[in-house]
Design a protein around this ligand. Sequence first.
Ligand SMILES: Cc1cc2nc3c(=O)[nH]c(=O)nc-3n(C[C@H](O)[C@H](O)[C@H](O)COP(=O)(O)O)c2cc1C
Ligand SMILES: Nc1ncnc2c1ncn2[C@@H]1O[C@H](COP(=O)(O)OP(=O)(O)OP(=O)(O)O)[C@@H](O)[C@H]1O
Length: 319
Amino acid sequence: MKTIHISHPHNLKREDFPKSVMALGFFDGIHLGHQEVIRTAKNTADQAGVKTSVMTFYPHPSAILKKGCEPKEWITPLDDKMKIIESLEADFLYIVDFSPQFASLSPEEFIEQYIIEFNVCHIVAGFDFTFGKFGKGTIENFQEYAKGRVNSTAVAKLSKQDQKVSSTRIRGLLREGDVAYVAQLLGRPYDVKGIVIEGDKRGRRMGFPTANIGLSDLYIIPPTGVYAVKAEIEGASFNGICNVGYRPTFYQKRPDQPSIEVNLFDFDEEIYGKQIRVEWHKRLRNEKKFDNMNDLIEQITKDKHAAIRFFKERKLAEI
Ligand SMILES: Cc1cc2nc3c(=O)[nH]c(=O)nc-3n(C[C@H](O)[C@H](O)[C@H](O)COP(=O)(O)O)c2cc1C
Ligand SMILES: Nc1ncnc2c1ncn2[C@@H]1O[C@H](COP(=O)(O)OP(=O)(O)OP(=O)(O)O)[C@@H](O)[C@H]1O
């Protein structure tokens, strides 16, 4: 996939682009609804024998349109979003700098400069996609503005439990810790990437060495508590348990940031400085203050069994 960053105004010409079917949206999380939009674009492009392109925006449009209300943390920061869009077999990703000038384009100007000039023969967007100043352009009135020069497909609303699958809903669920339901809406577990950093080295003495993680991007961190996770290090995957929290058993004063630490099962290697990817599968319990270290060790042993049981039952359910 070729990724092209574009700032407004651009001086690219129609000849600079291969003919394509384009999926449009911000696409934070690339959830099941987004996947449907991108797959529809891909299928339409394949049938027409042209390329598949995706247009997304950076920063989030609400950083300009509803200043102060924009998300500050992401389900998929840009780097992850790019990788997932690539895995959906898009040929081109256009990342348009969402500036005030770009936001004030009329629907007609947007179509001229970003659809016609981009050699797009067909656009695909969700039922609620809007474009142009004041969001006047919609997927329904797109044809009026495009004057028949570009085809369009509106993807119907995808809902779960009578609610639209949306990035906003998934961000809310992550903040509540409902990582199991998030996995259903994403079609894959929520994951974050980071580097293994040094902790207090107490974990090993407790019989539960933990990889402390320094996140590599502005991810949404699920709330404090204990989770069943899988972690990938150098291409190998391990089951484990993760604690997000302030370790109240050992710290009277709450540190500024919660720590994210993972104990991996059947793993005993030195991994400081290595890259780690953590998948969040199930929330197990709240973080608690224990009277002594032995009580905490007893609880973590139970957490480990709960996680082992969870992964075992899920494996059986898959058979
Ligand atoms: C699965 C798991 C559950 C944990 N639960 C708690 C808890 O409920 N309360 C708490 O104070 N610390 C909890 N901890 C954090 C431990 O206190 C921490 O792992 C230990 O202090 C080692 O820290 P270190 O890696 O910085 O050496 C938990 C850790 C893990 C791995
Ligand atoms: N549940 C859904 N069903 C069908 N299309 C969707 C769905 N959610 C989003 N889309 C479409 O996917 C594209 C990207 O949408 P967008 O990034 O605004 O996602 P969103 O999940 O609706 O986000 P937000 O929660 O911020 O409204 C748009 O074309 C949008 O209409």
